[in-house]
Design a protein around this ligand. Sequence first.
Ligand SMILES: NC(=O)c1ccc[n+]([C@@H]2O[C@H](COP(=O)([O-])OP(=O)(O)OC[C@H]3O[C@@H](n4cnc5c(N)ncnc54)[C@H](OP(=O)(O)O)[C@@H]3O)[C@@H](O)[C@H]2O)c1
Length: 245
Amino acid sequence: MVNRITVIGAGNMGGALVKGWMKAGMASELTVTAHTQQTLDRIVEACPGITAMLDNSKAVQDSDVVVLAVKPWLVENIIAEIKPELKDKLLISVAAGVRHERIDVYAMPNIAAEFGESMTFVEESYKAAVAAELFGRVGQCKVVPQRLMDAGMMMAGCGIAYVMRFLRAMMEGGVEMGFYPAEAKEIAMQTMQGAVALLRETGLHPEAAIDKVTTPGGITIKGLNELDHAAFNSAVIRCLKAGLK
Ligand SMILES: NC(=O)c1ccc[n+]([C@@H]2O[C@H](COP(=O)([O-])OP(=O)(O)OC[C@H]3O[C@@H](n4cnc5c(N)ncnc54)[C@H](OP(=O)(O)O)[C@@H]3O)[C@@H](O)[C@H]2O)c1
């Protein structure tokens, strides 16, 4: 059973995990570290009840699980720094593309963890279940073989950025047609939310959902065909594969 979690690195990803776990009622079980006091002050203000400190070794002492959420190039030094206190504690890393013999579980969450909406991938290992349970508290979590971790990162970790680009494109189209940016943003977000709800509720394939809004000879098909002329599908597939080694 997990009693205490230490998150090393309270930046975009570590901070989102801490905020998500806090919202899941785990504040008193969380310790977080950062490089600067300024970052710690920010996270403590956002997450009352958590423990925050600059000393990584001390932060690890009383934990059962340690989550490394620092930039990839810092992982090796930080493991060396906390090693005397690590002992048999579960060490999870969310750092992209870094492998280390001491890391027990590799995980790839995304920053929607802050709102309980992460899509997290945990690499199969004999300790994956504990990590999957923890990440399951801040969204959906899938345990996958190592060969799918990079694909998961591209679709869900980086995917947040790609979805933002699609939303921005919709907004810009909306503004060109006469909406104020704030209105266009709301319209684009609600439309995306509606599309996701439609798929979730009905279980439809996206193309079957498209048939529901596409009248033969109508205006929707004109827009869909423009996307095809601009190689939208191909662009998205190439975008997802661009980061694969
Ligand atoms: N951002 C994402 O969407 C995302 C998604 C999945 C995985 N990841 C992975 O998450 C890791 C962190 O990325 P990020 O975007 O969160 O970076 P970030 O915003 O720069 O956060 C890194 C954090 O590490 C802290 N830090 C630096 N040196 C430290 C030290 N010696 N001891 C303790 N903490 C230290 C920094 O503290 P200060 O703020 O005080 O400098 C900062 O809060 C990366 O390895 C990345 O691959 C990120």
